[in-house]
Design a protein around this ligand. Structure first.
Ligand SMILES: [Zn+2]
Length: 136
C-alpha cells in the first residue's frame, strides 16, 4: 500500500483509537511484536499507517473466523518499508492466512479499506476510494 497525503503515522490521526474501538474493539487484544514491546492499544497511538492497516486486516480476518470456529489457526502479518529505496509512504504488508481463507481475505480488504478511509479522511481533503491500496 502507499500513502500519498504525507501522513505516515497515526500520531497525526487523532480519531484512530476511537474509530477502532467502535469498529473492531477486539483489535486492542491482538498481539503486536514491536521493538518497544508495547501493547497494540498503546502502539496504535503512534504507529506507521501500514502497521495499522496490517492489524486491521488481521483482526477482521480473525473476527470473521471466530464466527464459525474456535480454532482460527495461524494468522499473522509483517509490515516492512524502505523509504531509502522506495517512495516515502510505501508499505509492504505480508499476511499469512490459511489457503481456504481467500474469500474471507477479499471481504476483509474491503472492510479494512473503509475503516482506513474513516481514519484518514477526516484529516485530509482527498480520499481515493477507487484505488483501495492508495490512501489519501
Ligand atoms: Zn504490530
Amino acid at each position: 500500500m502507499q500513502i500519498l497525503c504525507g501522513i505516515f503515522t497515526t500520531k497525526h490521526l487523532p480519531h484512530t483509537h476511537k474509530i477502532l474501538a467502535s469498529e473492531i474493539p477486539s483489535i486492542f487484544s491482538s498481539k503486536c511484536y514491536n521493538p518497544q514491546g508495547l501493547t497494540f492499544e498503546h502502539e496504535v497511538r503512534n504507529t506507521e499507517i501500514g502497521h495499522l492497516y496490517e492489524h486491521i486486516l488481521l483482526e477482521l480476518i480473525a473476527d470473521e473466523k471466530r464466527l464459525t470456529t474456535k480454532n482460527i489457526g495461524k494468522i499473522k502479518g509483517v509490515t516492512e518499508w524502505n523509504w531509502i529505496d522506495e517512495p516515502r509512504g510505501t508499505f509492504h504488508i505480508h499476511l499469512t492466512v490459511g489457503e481456504k481463507d481467500k474469500e474471507i481475505l477479499k471481504r476483509t480488504i474491503h472492510k479494512a479499506n473503509n475503516i482506513m478511509n474513516d481514519i484518514i479522511a477526516p484529516t485530509t481533503s482527498i480520499s481515493d476510494l477507487n484505488n483501495p491500496l492508495h490512501f489519501c
